[in-house]
Ligand binder design. Structure first.
Ligand SMILES: NC(=O)c1ccc[n+]([C@@H]2O[C@H](COP(=O)([O-])OP(=O)(O)OC[C@H]3O[C@@H](n4cnc5c(N)ncnc54)[C@H](O)[C@@H]3O)[C@@H](O)[C@H]2O)c1
Length: 261
């Protein structure tokens, strides 16, 4: 039977590649993005998320089998918290009752290998406490302190996503409804988001030091889409709560072989 998917961040990069792959495989897809999408909505605000949810439910006629959340910002600004964490978690929570009606409901999220990078524990805790106003204020405080502190924001949003899925996935609302809930953690993917970061040999050398990718170097968006789509497919029955790093080996290179200590 045809599966119905919702993909956020559908206008560009990993989200656009995911939409393309799903359609090639015969799925129906509703794309959500701030522009150029089936549902144009701003996921950085509570109102925008509510509008997106209501339009998605209308367009899907209440039949949603999978949600793949790719919308994100990498800027070291407070808004990144609203898009990368609350734009994912509040959106998913609101669609959960509809998704739960599917016979094979699935969710996958685009996190990042940056979830392994230094972060602000205070900011991560505020996100996990669902305190958007507080989290945005903490992030703005980091911005005000300067570039080094502001650079913690992106990794903090991705660390919070990784922890959120582990907390949520085993609950009755998710596991009890038969919903695997996972994330992928890409290394550097050649999309609009990182174009400037890999534009020159000097910039690439700096990025390669921070994110070493000994296996096949940078990714294409399509390669991330394959994993997102598998995690959100009927074939995935038991993988849940995982951030699966698709990173050319950067996790292994940076963290080494003993991550269970
Ligand atoms: N490119 C990389 O190297 C890389 C690496 C790891 C993780 N990621 C993650 O992958 C995801 C997709 O990024 P990408 O590389 O495809 O970047 P991209 O910039 O090509 O796509 C991001 C999409 O999110 C949308 N978006 C941003 N703010 C939004 C908002 N307020 N409301 C609705 N939509 C909004 C943008 O319009 C855009 O279409 C992000 O979550 C990003 O953090 C990217």
């Amino acid at each position: 039977m045809t599966r119905n998917y919702v993909v956020t961040g559908s206008a560009s990069g990993i989200g656009a590649a995911t939409v393309e792959l799903l359609k090639e495989r015969g799925a129906k897809v509703i794309g959500v993005d701030i522009h150029n999408a089936d549902v144009n909505a701003d996921l950085s605000t509570s109102l925008g998320r509510k509008e997106a949810v209501s339009r998605v439910i209308d367009l899907s006629a209440g039949k949603i089998d999978g949600i793949i959340a790719c919308a994100g910002l990498a800027h070291p600004i407070a808004k990144t918290v609203s898009v990368n964490f609350f734009g994912v978690t509040e959106f998913l929570d609101a669609l959960l009752p509809t998704l739960s009606k599917s016979s094979a409901p699935r969710v996958s999220i685009t996190s990042s290998m940056a979830s392994l990078m230094p972060n602000s524990p205070e900011l991560v805790d505020a996100m996990l406490a669902k305190n958007e106003v507080g989290a945005v204020a903490i992030a703005q405080g980091l911005v005000d302190k300067g570039d080094a502190e502001a650079s913690l924001i992106y990794g903090s949003t991705k660390r919070a996503i990784g922890r959120w899925i582990r907390r949520e996935c085993i609950k009755q609302e998710w596991a009890g409804a038969g919903i695997p809930l996972n994330a992928v953690g890409p290394g550097i993917v050649e999309t609009h988001m990182v174009a400037d970061m890999i534009a020159t040999a000097e910039a690439r050398a700096a990025i390669d030091k921070m994110v070493p990718m000994p296996l096949n170097h940078y990714l294409k968006a399509r390669q991330v889409a394959y994993l997102l789509v598998w995690l959100a497919s009927e074939e995935n029955t038991h993988t849940t709560g995982q951030t699966i790093y698709i990173d050319g080996g950067s996790d292994a290179a940076l963290r080494g072989d003993n991550i269970w200590a």
